[in-house]
Design a protein around this ligand. Structure first.
Ligand code: PLP
Ligand code: TYF
Length: 396
């Protein structure tokens, strides 16, 4: 049965972890996978999460099945976060939200649902994008292409080319957009540019699928979520996937969601019923723990305030590391323009380093980044910064 099964390629990012773990270099630094580590290089357990877990443990919850679409208090809290608690479309019952297995799960439930309602559509992802976007939509049965995004010369977004591509796309084309903190480049578009994207989506009859894996890592919860409000204001139907992996440091709990904005309450009920079929035929219903923790934090004012503070702490530390990296690189003798590192947002920096340079960083210095030149600045700290900057300066 398995004699002809071929060896599948490793995930280019998660595969790096295995290589990193096997590296015996004591100075090694993992800037590959997108994981936030604190000033001591440790994965944080947020105090708000610990407090919520203590409450949940004390309540000695039983573990029945959750509804197919997840824990209701969680879904509602997600809606408040994504659309704003006082959003008119929430009051009108126009959003179907389901709990999902991380942001990836939200994308997958959305992709499978789209394959039912829009089977012949092409999917366009940004060039470059999180590679799993391509794999996931391909596996859901779609042909996946790209729209221009990164401009290497400009060190930013080639917005004119992006917009021209959207304006030439066929009706029904599914456009996967990074709501904030673009992975891998770190370059986002401005709200005025979002308006132009929205106009193109509307004029061409495209289907927007916003991937929001980093809400709160750019400028703040509301600031990063503002783009959602722009889509709502335009009167569009669209998809939003949410991830709490990073913003709650709950990577392994697989907490995320999918929200689908519909035209009416009645349509929302029909869409929700189909999302539930996708879920039921995949994994029946989602797990309890992560969603209970997130719902407890979001629905308890004191814990929510604590979370926002902790999230701001992560966001500000990353920003500080960007500035410090630029300083250290300059101190290490780099004369090329590297100030773009501080204008990028979120966990990543597209450094502009080439594959051979990234390989040298790994082989000679034990500094692990992705071959594309992406480094996770959220894994920098005062202790590894100097070493990393010296290594980068040497390969430049
Ligand atoms: N989308 C993007 C752009 C990401 O960078 C990630 C990273 O993990 C995800 C989705 C998936 O999130 P999760 O780990 O919650 O599945
Ligand atoms: O881009 C990253 O590093 C994160 C983590 O298949 C990740 O989004 C990477 C690859 C993957 C799943 C998650």
């Amino acid at each position: 049965l398995f004699a002809a099964v071929e060896m599948a390629p490793r995930d280019p990012i998660l595969g790096l972890n295995e290589q990193f773990n096997a590296d015996t270099n004591p100075a090694k630094v993992n800037l590959g996978v997108g994981v936030y580590t604190d000033e001591n290089g440790k994965l944080p357990l947020l105090a708000c999460v610990k407090a919520a877990e203590e409450q949940l443990l004390a309540a000695a919850r039983t573990r029945g099945y959750l509804p197919i679409d997840g824990f209701a208090a969680y879904d509602k809290a997600v809606q408040g976060l994504v659309f704003g608690a006082d959003s008119a479309i929430l009051a009108a019952g126009r959003v179907a939200t389901v709990q999902a297995l991380g942001g990836t799960g939200g994308l997958k439930v959305g992709a499978d649902f789209l394959k039912r309602v829009n089977p012949n559509a092409t999917v366009l992802i940004s060039d470059p994008s999180w590679e799993n976007h391509r794999a996931l939509f391909t596996n859901a049965g779609f042909t996946v292409g790209t729209y221009p995004y990164y401009d290497a010369d400009k060190k930013g977004v080639n917005f004119d080319a992006m917009l021209a591509c959207l304006n030439a796309a066929e009706a029904g084309t599914i456009i996967v957009l990074h709501a904030c903190c673009h992975n891998p480049t770190g370059y986002d578009i401005t709200s005025a540019q979002w308006e132009q994207v929205i106009a193109a989506v509307k004029a061409r009859g495209l289907v927007a699928f916003l991937d929001m894996a980093y809400q709160g890592f750019g400028d703040g919860i509301a600031e990063d979520g503002a783009v959602i409000g722009q889509f709502v204001a335009a009167g569009l139907d669209f998809f939003v996937s949410t991830s709490f992996s990073k913003s709650f440091s709950l990577y392994g709990e697989r907490v995320g969601a999918l929200s689908v904005v519909c035209e009416s309450k009645e349509e929302t009920a029909r869409v929700l019923s189909q999302l539930k079929i996708v879920i039921r035929t995949n994994y029946s219903n989602p797990p309890t723990h992560g969603a209970q923790v997130v719902a407890t934090v979001l629905n308890t004012p004191a814990l929510r305030a604590q979370w926002e503070e902790e999230l701001a702490g992560m966001r500000n530390r990353i920003k500080a590391m960007r500035g410090a990296l630029v300083e250290k690189l300059k101190a290490a003798g780099v004369t090329a323009d590297i100030d773009f590192i501080t204008t990028q947002r979120g966990m990543f920096s597209y450094s502009g380093l080439t594959k051979p340079q990234m390989e040298r960083l790994r082989g000679e210095f034990g500094v692990y980044g992705v071959d594309s030149g992406r480094i996770c600045v959220a894994a920098l700290n005062e202790k590894n910064l100097g070493y990393v900057a010296d290594a980068i300066a040497k390969v430049m």
